[in-house]
Write a protein that binds this ligand. Structure first.
Ligand SMILES: Cc1cc2nc3c(=O)[nH]c(=O)nc-3n(C[C@H](O)[C@H](O)[C@H](O)COP(=O)(O)OP(=O)(O)OC[C@H]3O[C@@H](n4cnc5c(N)ncnc54)[C@H](O)[C@@H]3O)c2cc1C
Ligand code: FES
Length: 341
């Protein structure tokens, strides 16, 4: 049965379909609620249930403890209403750009290619455009399994009917090993929904930016680079991309050509396990080596949780203001019990 959700302090009441999470219902009604992973792994979406009852869903004790539940807290991305409810987000504050309505989409796979070791580029031509901000992600629906997985758009928002994703194989993964790397093929029809997330660039900023990506963490950064350069949003961009070996890097020719064509853009590929004619070591060490001080810069970090933790430390050590550090951790189901910070 459908119930209604009211957001406390806002003139906003909207329906939630059966089993729909509070977050999904809010975003479908164009009501922003703070969130990052949509997976129950980050805790960004904590809400207070002011009135009514929710089903908590699968929220790990490390993210939502028993004490939290007893205090009336829930995760908006995991909980669904059992009655009509009134909720209040713990963290207020809208994104500093447009809120895009969450919608279902269908599209056709027009490219599925191997671009690096265990990494594929998936391009989907949508039937209808998806409005999103550079850096946001969509959820691909795995056919027949009723599960969704998060993947960041690598194309700029101006290409709203042709979405590009960079997807890394996860051993035993339902979406990757058993679908995208197994049976998915060009011409297939795909269901997805989006956009989600608050990791985004949408405004003009006075500070130059340092972007750090590990593996397919490059995807949202590529969207940001293309969007920011195309719309003059940042005075200067340094993109660091880390991989273990040269075969982990991709779009190298694209970024090298961009560096030649646009003097605001600087590309720094870094390898941690192989000597080559470029930088070696951890990608975060390369940032520290290149910048005596990061004061006055903005930072955008994306990739595995351990890389994000190391990058935040490195940038703070180089005196980047914490309020100017933005991050997207590519957590998976495995990270539910061990999320940093
Ligand atoms: C905001 C966001 C954006 C992302 N963007 C990208 C992107 O652009 N590109 C990209 O490659 N990835 C991205 N990811 C990661 C992606 O969403 C998937 O998590 C990843 O592809 C693995 O999905 P899977 O279904 O193949 O694996 P899953 O089936 O989810 O399995 C993942 C791992 O967890 C283990 N596991 C599964 N269930 C459990 C359980 N119950 N307990 C313990 N361990 C378990 C599995 O053995 C496996 O090792 C993003 C994640 C987030 C949160
Ligand atoms: S958005 Fe809900 S836990 Fe991350």
């Amino acid at each position: 049965m459908d119930h209604t959700i009211t957001i406390s302090g806002r003139d906003a009441t909207f329906p939630a379909g059966s089993g729909q999470s509070v977050l999904e219902a809010a975003l479908r009604a164009n009501q922003w609620l703070p969130h990052a992973c949509s997976q129950g792994t980050c805790g960004t979406c904590k809400i207070r249930v002011v009135c009514g009852e929710v089903e908590y869903g699968t929220a790990d004790e490390s993210i939502l403890s028993q004490a939290d539940r007893q205090a009336g807290l829930a995760l908006a991305c995991q909980s669904s209403p059992r009655t009509d409810v009134t909720v209040a987000p713990l963290e207020e504050g809208a994104p500093d750009g447009p809120v895009h309505m969450l919608r279902d989409h269908r599209g056709t796979v027009v490219e599925l290619s191997e671009i690096a070791c265990r990494t594929r580029r998936l391009v989907i031509e949508l039937d209808d455009p998806m409005e999103f901000s550079a850096g946001q992600y969509a959820e691909l629906i795995v056919p027949g399994r009723g599960i969704a997985r998060q993947y960041s758009m690598a194309n700029p928002p101006s290409e709203s009917t042709r979405l590009e994703f960079h997807i890394r194989l996860t051993e035993g993964g339902l979406a990757t090993e058993r679908w995208i790397f197994a049976s998915l093929a060009e011409g297939d029809r795909v269901d997805l929904r989006g956009p989600f997330g608050r990791f985004a660039i949408h405004d003009t900023y006075p500070e130059p930016a340092i972007l750090i990506g590990g593996g397919t963490g490059l995807a949202p950064l590529k969207s940001m680079v293309r969007h920011a350069l195309g719309n003059d949003l940042l005075p200067e961009i340094h993109l660091f991309h880390g991989g273990r070996r040269e075969t982990d890097l991709y779009d190298v020719a694209y970024f090298r050509a961009l560096e030649v064509a646009d003097c605001r853009f600087h590309y720094h590929p870094v390898l941690s396990e192989e000597n080559w004619d470029g930088a070696t070591g951890m990608v975060t060490d390369a940032v520290v080596d290149n910048f005596a001080s990061c004061k006055g810069y903005r930072g955008y970090l994306c990739g595995p949780p351990a890389m994000i933790t190391a990058a935040v430390k490195a940038l703070k050590r180089r005196r980047m203001a914490p309020r100017l550090i933005f991050r997207e951790a590519f957590t998976t189901q495995q990270d539910v019990v061990s999320v940093p910070e």
